[in-house]
Design a protein around this ligand. Structure first.
Ligand code: ZN
Length: 438
């Protein structure tokens, strides 16, 4: 008999493995943060778990992967809605960021987002903001996996990028012993960074094997300005700077032409579509049908809560699937299993993490959800994928495990105190309102 840290029994394992197997009457063996095996129940005697977790009547799925977020924005939720992107940024977000963003603010706001993400089943988020160390520290405290980057804003920059490289390398070595934390390099957007910034970042990303995380083609204004200034569409412009030599994660990709999608097809880059944020800011709708027809790597991102306004990535997926069925006039477009893949294995692939994350398979990290089905909203259950994409609410997520540790157990955060997070958010609300007073 072999010893292990944890055995999960009961329930249906939605593996999202290459055969999309759903395993009933099985158990999962977890040791040192990884999945050792998923075996038929009649072999249970082979293992002895230090702990056991019963998942009878539940679905066990891979954790959800959020391909684009801004964690420290949580305290700006609902502050200035119903405005166009540029007014929202220029009149509210940028001035507040300039005044409010102390290290404590970034840490506290990130902690709030980390807790909200965990409650929504997110086990990895790809984040871009300022003061990345404080974001990383908050994620470590919450037990959340994160790829984090400092947003680079440098419209007049014309250097070789060595200072960006130094900063990312310093971060990498400072957090080397933190298995939950990874880094990327993040020029913010083409309207906030010079061409030299992009060329340097791409060279560094390709050399060092970092992901390049950036915003792309979010609004029609961005497209029109780029055509005016550079005589090219945004992705053609970035391709001419050598950006597609790196593995990139492009957030949004709303205003992409057929030619730009062709460029992506020939690259190893991926897209994070952010439907709720794009709908609310009326930025447009990403051409998901064309992206999937070309077999591009696509994942789902929440964006920040100041534009979303929540981190409910299941809702994001459900809206995305239904919206694109409607605009493609095709109810068969993006069937539930393919949609669910965007949150799990495709999310992992988009971020270059599919060897470790995104499916329940032996050898991968034990990042998973146990979803309770014993409630009215989940019954009866004919098709698990349909249930997950169209019926499930985040409140049915009973347990969240990241790297073999429960960060949510019986609907309760294990590392954080929810009541404390709420009262901290209210304190910051008062400070923000004071700042906004003329
Ligand atoms: Zn964003």
């Amino acid at each position: 008999m072999s010893k292990c840290d944890m055995i999960i029994t009961g329930g249906s394992f939605i593996t999202m493995d290459p055969e999309f197997r759903i395993l009933n009457e099985h158990f999962m063996v977890i040791d040192q943060g990884r999945i050792v095996d998923i075996l038929p129940l009649d072999q249970l005697k082979q293992y002895k778990g230090k702990k056991n977790r019963d998942a009878s009547g539940c679905l066990i799925t891979p954790g959800f992967i959020n391909a684009h977020s801004h964690m420290p924005m949580s305290y700006f939720r609902g502050l200035a809605d119903d405005l166009p992107l540029y007014t929202w940024l220029k009149d509210y977000i940028w001035p507040l960021e300039a005044k409010m963003m102390t290290p404590e603010f970034v840490y506290d706001a990130s902690l709030h987002s980390a807790a909200e993400m965990i409650l929504n089943g997110i086990t990895l988020t790809n984040d871009m903001y300022f003061q990345k160390e404080r974001i990383a520290d908050a994620c470590i405290r919450a037990g959340l996996r994160v790829i984090v980057s400092e947003a680079i804003i440098a419209p007049k920059y014309s250097g070789d990028g060595h200072e960006f490289a130094e900063k990312v390398q310093e971060f990498e070595s400072a957090y080397r012993d933190q298995p939950l934390v990874d880094c990327s390099i993040a020029p913010h957007a083409i309207y906030t960074c010079s061409g030299e910034v992009y060329s340097s970042c791409a060279r560094l990303a390709a050399d060092k094997g970092w992901l390049l995380h950036t915003h792309l083609s979010e609004t029609q204004k961005e497209l029109e300005d780029c055509l005016k200034i550079n005589g090219k569409r945004p992705l053609e412009y970035l391709a001419s700077l050598g950006v597609l030599e790196a593995k990139c994660l492009f957030a949004h990709g709303v205003w992409l032409s057929g030619k730009e999608l062709e460029l992506l097809e020939a690259s190893h880059s991926a897209l994070a579509i952010c439907t709720d944020s794009n709908l609310k800011l009326a930025s447009g709708i990403a051409p998901l049908g064309d992206m999937l027809k070309r077999h591009l790597s696509v994942a789902i991102g929440t964006d920040g809560v100041a534009s979303n306004n929540n981190l409910d990535i299941l809702e994001e997926l459900s809206t995305t699937a239904k919206l694109h069925k409607a605009i493609n006039s095709d109810p068969e477009f993006l069937p539930a299993r393919e949609a669910f893949a965007l949150l799990t294995i495709e999310g992992a692939r988009a971020l270059g993490k599919a060897q470790d994350l995104g499916s329940l398979q032996a050898g991968k990290c034990a990042d998973l959800l146990i979803i309770n089905l014993q409630n009215l909203q989940s019954q009866p259950l004919y098709h698990p994928y349909s249930q997950l994409v169209y019926a499930l609410g985040a409140e049915q997520i009973r347990d969240v495990m990241i790297a073999g540790n429960f960060v949510l157990k019986d609907h309760k955060l294990t590392h954080l105190d929810e009541a404390e997070l709420i009262s901290t958010a209210q304190e910051y609300q008062s400070k923000i309102l004071k700042e906004l007073k003329p």
